[in-house]
Ligand binder design. Structure first.
Ligand SMILES: [Zn+2]
Length: 544
């Protein structure tokens, strides 16, 4: 059973195995640095707007188009870095009516700007490009374009590119720190097929045997969240009365699946209710909320969450916690939509801090259960998922090289947060913190340090050793204890410096706090009756 669970964990969406779990890559190349760091050629300009305009030719598996990039000049530099991965090619770069030269270093292209770049000015540059984009081998983990057909033989196409980078199919500033403020996505495809992207459909153009759809995203968006999904779609929708008023929730599914979806997607408004309660208002009212069926498992594309869980409960019908609670909801709807708060609203600056997306979102699964089935159910679930934790590498990866930490970012992250909830001892306060994070860092890119310091400030606890233990070390704290002569002796081992997390225990049937650290401590006990609260993610070992 454990093996099955581990196998499942490997394939949780939104984790790119190309740089994540499956690869133990320890050396990094110049390309990793160009992709993963804020290079001088990126730092001098601030993204304000993208207009991606692309034509998709399914028969040829070919795309071509342009991306117009508006940016604010922070400090003029002679070269501007744009990322586009081979085999895609930049064919032309235009600024102020002039064609610009560029030099290419792998996937990074350095464009020599010619016109004046006054500090504070908004400049525009257009990158023309084309090619046969990398085909996804195992979307969404090994991403790119999925060129599939539906049961009726119609084209069913989708992009997915977390980790790998959006530059696998369109030219952009492919680093997470700088989100564009708004974006227009214009997609041309053969008539008879519908494209659904992020945001709202602004216009649909009839071009004879083709159609062009224009989707406008009215909020900051990370590059990997941008997607196109082309299929024989039909649409259903409902209005949700949310914390910020009316929210339109739209469901785009293949024609044959409409009736099934109407029933199955009842999890979507349930999700919205639970997550607005715990995390605050849905962060993208202006862009609506959509579920879009795709030919792969799913991904947290902002305001157009993609869905491919085969209309089953759990994760393709499986319960990742092994407790039964995981079959109470559709894993993809709950998990991927949970990312609207942690990934799309609060976004990591550097891939090393990806736990901010996955830890909180894995934790959102139990908060969903908590909302509908209560605290014990949610505790059962998160504790059940501990079987998936490997403690192979730290949860935080290496900075500046587009490196993700261990896949433990999911369930170790969730168990760390569940443990933290116990330490705070006040569920209302914990909810305020979760909502506060979404307010404080609304539509921002952040670091782990910012999250840590926000939580430490709000709880008035120094949580540095706590976060160091669970995020930067692979060891799980072990409480060693022994009972002799009516004395309980206890201490922590396997801990980082200064780790002294209090825990709740039952001694002789009475619940109380224990304050262990690395030194042996002693307290009176009458019977051999000592139980550590299961909610704390530690190991407990009775020593002889
Ligand atoms: Zn995820």
């Amino acid at each position: 059973m454990k093996k099955i669970l581990l196998a499942l964990l490997i394939i949780i969406p939104c984790l790119s195995t190309s740089q994540g779990l499956l690869s133990k890559k320890e050396t990094f190349t110049r390309q990793d640095t160009l992709r993963g760091s804020i290079t001088p050629e990126r730092a001098w300009w601030d993204l304000t707007y993208y207009h991606l305009d692309v034509e998709v030719k399914p028969e040829e598996k070919f795309i071509s188009g342009k991306n117009t990039i508006n940016y604010r000049v922070l400090k003029a530099k002679p070269e501007l870095q744009i990322d586009l991965q081979a085999p895609m090619k930049i064919t032309k770069v235009i600024q102020d009516g002039d064609e610009l030269e560029f030099r290419t270093e792998g996937n990074a292209h350095f464009i020599k700007v010619e016109s004046e770049q006054p500090v504070g000015a908004i400049k525009s540059i257009t990158i023309y490009y084309e090619g046969y984009p990398r085909e996804a081998k195992r979307a969404p983990w090994d991403g790119g374009f999925s060129w599939k057909k539906d049961a009726n033989g119609k084209h069913f196409i989708a992009t997915s590119n977390q980790g790998l980078g959006a530059s696998v199919w369109w030219p952009n500033k492919d680093h997470m720190y700088d989100e564009v403020d708004s974006m227009l996505i214009s997609v041309t495809n053969p008539k008879g097929l519908t494209n659904v992207s992020n945001g709202r459909l602004r216009k649909l153009e009839d071009l004879g045997n083709k159609v062009k759809s224009h989707w406008f995203v009215n909020n900051p968006i990370n590059n990997y969240g941008v997607n196109i999904n082309i299929g024989d779609y039909v649409n259903s929708s409902e209005t949700y009365q949310g914390e910020k008023g009316e929210l339109d929730m739209d469901y785009w599914v293949l024609k044959d699946n409409l009736e099934k979806a109407k029933e199955h997607f009842k999890d979507a408004p349930k999700m919205m209710k639970a997550f607005e309660h715990w995390f605050g208002p849905y962060p993208f009212y202006e862009d609506s909320f959509k579920l879009v069926e795709v030919p792969y498992l799913g991904m947290e594309h902002q305001s157009s969450v993609t869905y491919g869980n085969q209309y089953k409960k759990g994760y393709l019908g499986n319960d990742l916690s092994g407790t039964g609670w995981g079959l109470k909801f559709d894993f993809i709807i709950i998990h991927e939509a949970g990312h609207e708060w942690f990934a799309n609203n609060i976004t990591y600056k550097d891939a090393a801090d990806m736990w901010i997306h996955e830890g909180f979102t894995a934790y959102s699964e139990n908060l969903f259960l908590d909302y509908y089935y209560g605290k014990e159910a949610s505790a059962d679930y998160v504790i059940g998922t501990r079987a998936n934790i490997r403690n192979d590498r730290p949860v935080i990866g290496q900075y500046n090289v587009n490196n993700e930490g261990s896949g433990d970012m999911y369930y170790k992250g969730a168990n760390m947060l569940h443990t933290l909830r116990q330490l705070i001892e006040d569920d209302e306060k914990w909810r305020e913190i979760l909502r506060g994070l979404n307010k404080e860092f609304y539509h921002q890119t952040v670091t782990t340090a910012q999250i840590e310091s926000y939580i430490s400030n709000k709880t008035k606890k120094d949580l540095s050793a706590f976060f160091n233990q669970y995020l930067r070390d692979t060891r799980i704290p072990t409480l060693e204890y022994l009972i002799e002569d009516n004395q309980l002796k206890y201490r922590y081992v396997n801990i980082v410096k200064d780790f002294d997390m209090p825990i709740e225990v039952k001694i002789d049937g009475k619940t109380q706090w224990l304050f262990p650290n690395s030194e042996w401590k002693t307290m009176a006990i009458e019977n051999d009756d000592f139980i550590v609260d299961r909610d704390y993610y530690i190991n407990v070992s009775k020593v002889k």
